[in-house]
Write a protein that binds this ligand. Structure first.
Ligand SMILES: Cc1cc2nc3c(=O)[nH]c(=O)nc-3n(C[C@H](O)[C@H](O)[C@H](O)COP(=O)(O)O)c2cc1C
Length: 350
């Protein structure tokens, strides 16, 4: 990328985005990711700066209205992040989703996001996630009820929806769905242009982001396979999206928000220091069992950064406690390990 392109990207990302009564500080957002976008990871990411909006892991709507944040596996947050954090909720029952959204609004987060993208069968067989894209009336009812519940608690809070192309590769239904969601009260949409059964093995069809963005008056964020600053600029320029949502690469390199958006630069020690900071944060926010499970998930994306990532992964996760993992990180990442420009495709799709 040329310096001129870098500057163009920084200017695009630095634009604040007003959404209902709130304003997102920038246009590069963390995508919601179950098992990865937890409170400990978000703390490490926020420490670098540059992220316009954080998204939680998906939280099941059922029971969320009374869930205890101290014991919940994923409805956990730091008070300091609440005003830049969107809580993603998943479910199929409009009344349940409304109850959950009401709780989110009462807690004072930035916003609430409805999951219409997850195509895991555990979700879709209950009619939740991407299954809602097959049931437009239900999808509309969910957004309407969520909007009404949020209005009752905090009319300034935006409602967002994350969705996919749907169940056929034709972008027409996705454009129709985008209009329905916006009319039902969504203030912004995050669109991942893949058909629902595709678990990230085929490339997303970025051209469909432009079609969806042109179909509605609300901001549409693009998502899918943005790995480098060049990809990010290309997504803006090819699709006309209002902003970009980054998932897996943000796990692999949580400093990318600061790098692409603020012009910060980092030396090779950032891989080691970030991994160690995450281990500390996991220890603080989770019990040992949960911390260990989350380290193993993160390690896949850490390893994907390196040319010998496949070799490295089992060595990063060897051991039974966080101190073992700290020792692994120091041993494996203290030199200058060979970093790949793009992550290992195999590790990124597992
Ligand atoms: C491990 C994992 C968990 C995910 N969990 C969620 C989720 O809870 N909710 C959601 O809307 N999307 C989820 N996604 C999808 C991501 O938000 C994103 O759409 C996808 O990874 C493509 O973006 P990327 O290429 O930038 O990673 C998940 C993705 C991964 C890899």
């Amino acid at each position: 990328m040329t310096e001129e392109q870098r500057e163009r990207l920084r200017a695009l990302l630095a634009r604040p985005l007003p959404l209902r009564g709130r304003t997102a500080s920038g246009r590069l957002w963390l995508a919601p990711m179950a098992g990865l976008g937890h409170v400990a990871f978000r703390r490490v990411l926020a420490g670098f700066g540059g992220c316009g909006l954080l998204f939680s892991e998906m939280c099941t709507a059922r029971g969320l209205d009374t869930e205890n944040r101290k014991s919940s596996p994923n409805f956990r947050w730091r008070d300091e992040e609440a005003d830049s954090l969107v809580i993603q909720i998943s479910g199929a029952d409009p009344a349940e989703m409304a109850l959950a959204a009401g709780r989110v609004a009462r807690e004072g987060f930035f916003g609430v996001d409805v999951n219409m993208g997850c195509s895991a069968s555990a979700m879709t067989k209950r009619g939740a996630g991407a299954a809602l894209l097959r049931a437009p009336e239900k999808a509309v009812a969910v957004v309407r009820e969520v909007r009404a519940a949020v209005d009752a608690a905090d009319p300034e809070m935006p409602v967002l929806v994350k969705f996919r192309t749907g169940w056929s590769p034709d972008p027409g239904p996705a454009c129709d769905m985008a209009r329905l969601l916006a009319d039902a009260g969504a203030d912004a949409l995050v669109f991942h242009p893949r058909v629902a059964p595709d678990r990230r093995t085929r490339p997303p069809v970025w051209a469909h982001i432009r079609l969806v963005a042109e179909a509605v008056g609300v901001p549409v964020f693009g998502n899918g396979n943005v790995q480098t600053a060049g990809d990010c600029l290309r997504m803006f320029e090819e699709t006309g999206c209002a902003g970009v949502s980054v998932g897996r690469m943000a796990v692999a390199r949580p400093w990318l928000f600061a790098e692409w958006g603020l012009g910060a630069s980092f030396g090779p020690e950032v891989y080691r220091e970030t991994a160690l900071a995450l281990l500390d944060a996991l220890e603080e926010h989770f019990d040992p069992q949960r911390a260990l499970k989350r380290w193993k998930k993160y390690a896949v994306y850490l390893a994907a950064n390196f040319r010998y990532g496949h070799d490295m992964l089992p060595k990063l996760t060897r051991g039974a406690c966080l101190d073992d993992f700290r020792a692994n990180v120091r041993a494996l990442l203290s030199g200058d390990p060979a970093v790949s420009g793009r992550p290992s495709v195999h590790l990124f799709t597992c």
